[in-house]
Design a protein around this ligand. Sequence first.
Ligand SMILES: C[S@@+](CC[C@H](N)C(=O)[O-])C[C@H]1O[C@@H](n2cnc3c(N)ncnc32)[C@H](O)[C@@H]1O
Length: 195
Amino acid sequence: MGFDLKSARHWAEELLRQAVTEGSKVIDATLGNGYDTEWLCGLVGDEGHVYGFDVQQEAVDRTNERLVNAGIDHRATLFCTGHQNVKEYVHEKVDAAVFNLGWLPGTDKNIRTMRETTLQAVEGCLELLKEGGLLTICAYPGHEEGKEELNALIEWAKGLDSKKYDAMIRGYLNQPNDPPVMFAVKKNLRKGSRK
Ligand SMILES: C[S@@+](CC[C@H](N)C(=O)[O-])C[C@H]1O[C@@H](n2cnc3c(N)ncnc32)[C@H](O)[C@@H]1O
């Protein structure tokens, strides 16, 4: 009554609101239309920074335009390159890294995130995370490659050292068309602080 169980994107945002505050440094690993980047730039404020990645110039341009219109483009640096190269471009520790997998709506579906490069990118981002930092992933198992990407991420997350990381997955079990799934990985949780 009066509520629903929400979506992968909602759950990711709920966690990110705790990890990302004024002054935070964040990686947005998949710019797309720039909705997430704009939202993150709002959270980090003028003292923080968002590093954004996308393989498509169109995504970089759409995101840049969105930030310019909002008057907050100085809070972000956008790179037109694959997120698997993240460590070549980001040279400081970050509070959070955000992945929203798949393709840019309205463009070629073949230009999408791929299992191998996604795994390289999440590994790179984990290395860049501060202690206490958060990595979130929204994965889309509604198509075959997305399912494979999700399964690879599950195996990857299961293998993370439980002394260094807490890894969780959240998604619907009985809905049609395999709705998106949310992953969260937190670095170095202080044991005993879980509620
Ligand atoms: C679902 S969209 C992201 C949505 C976006 N976060 C937003 O708020 O609009 C996924 C994006 O990932 C990008 N992408 C695909 N492969 C990539 C890679 N290796 N590195 C970075 N971005 C990639 C696609 O070009 C696409 O724009």
